[in-house]
Design a protein around this ligand. Structure first.
Ligand code: GLA
Length: 379
């Protein structure tokens, strides 16, 4: 009798649990749990954002890192379309900026030097002789304060970090806020805000590696890419922009109509040799400071389409050329050459040393703002 009652109870419980799980799918919500501890004992939390159509985005407050973006394919199969790690240790040891917010300056600054209002600054040099993605302990390696917002009907996470005067060589105490919102339109929306107490430079960006097949054993070479840009900013051997804007016309950099990434990636073209593939900034055609549609990334097998909207003047497209199988990512999979790609909305690289490029200067009393949206759909 006891046994029977126990099985009955277990059956009722499992129906309830399954019921809750189904319900979760149609509820807008955020779940929070302890993800791990940093070597200094500080706790890192994971926030799982769900929308009404079942899309899920997992974010941790270390590095403001997006751990997973789980979206359906054309058959309704939900899969994670980003690279990353299972555990916090993976992110602590990572040097490929997986899923993070990079800054203060996303991309490269030649020799890590710039001058502002007559003062010369030397930033940390962490990429050959250059400064890359905010330095050694940039925004991607620090703990952010996290606040959950869900009263708008769409789950949002507000992450705040105060970067001290002199950090990685940058002037001014800078307060940065990144708000991740998962909309009911299957968009991951990123709103940035920044203020300073001294003249400084600020140009953060987002560094998720996408693989829309949902299986990082596949390369990204069959993904079809469209970038709304007539010109790009060529680089030298050290990947520092030369200051020019070059036409994409009749070159492998022309993505004005969709092209498979692999179609021309190995063409004999000096810029591709410098980048070991695509690792360049495109000058977005419709830049007017408003949020515009700029990029489409389509993966034919799954039918997944990612559309990128931004109010930034530039878009770095990086085809994962430094991935070499040495990273053991989620489920222990070694991330091989070109199995993930980044689309980083930003100001043009090395802009502090290129007066002809849009400015990234931020002064006391001003506000830095950026909005970039990664939208997922099926085609
Ligand atoms: C960026 C850069 C690349 C590379 C990656 C990180 O996208 O443009 O050159 O440094 O980050 O590996």
């Amino acid at each position: 009798m006891k046994k029977f009652l126990f099985s009955l109870l277990a059956a009722v419980m499992s129906v309830l649990i399954i019921g809750c799980q189904n319900n979760k799918k149609v509820e807008t919500m955020i779940e929070k749990s302890l993800y791990g501890k940093l070597p200094n004992g500080k706790e890192v939390y994971e926030f799982r954002l769900h929308n009404t159509s079942g899309m899920q985005v997992n974010i941790i407050n270390y590095g403001a890192i997006v751990r997973s973006i789980i979206v359906p394919d054309r058959n309704g199969k939900f899969e994670d379309v980003t690279l990353g790690y299972d555990s916090l240790t993976g992110y602590i040891n990572d040097n490929s900026y997986q899923g993070s917010i990079v800054g203060r300056y996303g991309n490269r600054i030649g020799k890590g030097q710039f001058s502002l209002e007559g003062v010369n600054y030397q930033l940390t040099v962490n990429d050959g002789e250059n400064h890359l993605h905010g330095g050694k302990i940039g925004f991607h390696k620090v703990l952010w304060d996290a606040k959950v917002v869900s009263d708008t009907g769409e789950p949002a996470l507000v992450l705040t970090y105060v970067s001290a005067d002199g950090e990685e060589g940058y002037p001014g105490n800078v307060t940065v806020t990144v708000t991740y919102t998962l909309t009911n339109n299957n968009e991951l929306r990123i709103d940035y805000n920044g203020t300073t107490d001294k003249p400084t430079i600020l140009n953060p960006t987002h560094h998720s590696y996408f693989n829309l097949t949902g299986n990082p054993a596949n390369t990204i070479l069959d993904h079809q890419l469209m970038i709304d840009a007539d010109t790009f900013t060529p680089v030298d051997k050290g990947l520092i922009t030369t200051g020019e804007k070059k036409s994409v016309d009749k070159t492998p950099m022309d993505f004005r109509t969709p092209f498979a990434i692999g179609e021309r990636i190995n063409d004999k073209f000096e810029q591709l040799a410098f980048g070991k593939g695509y690792d360049h900034n495109w000058v977005l055609r419709n830049y007017d400071g408003k949020v515009n549609k700029t990029v489409e990334l389509y993966e034919p097998l799954s039918g997944r389409l990612m559309t990128v909207y931004t109010d930034q003047p530039g878009m770095q497209f990086y085809s994962g050329n430094f991935l070499d199988g040495s990273i053991n990512g989620k489920k222990g999979i070694g991330y091989q050459y070109r199995t993930g790609l980044c689309l980083e909305a930003q100001c043009f690289p090395d802009s502090p040393n290129k007066p002809e490029f849009p400015s990234v200067t931020l002064r006391p009393g001003q506000e830095y703002n950026q909005t970039t949206i990664y939208q997922f759909s099926i085609k």
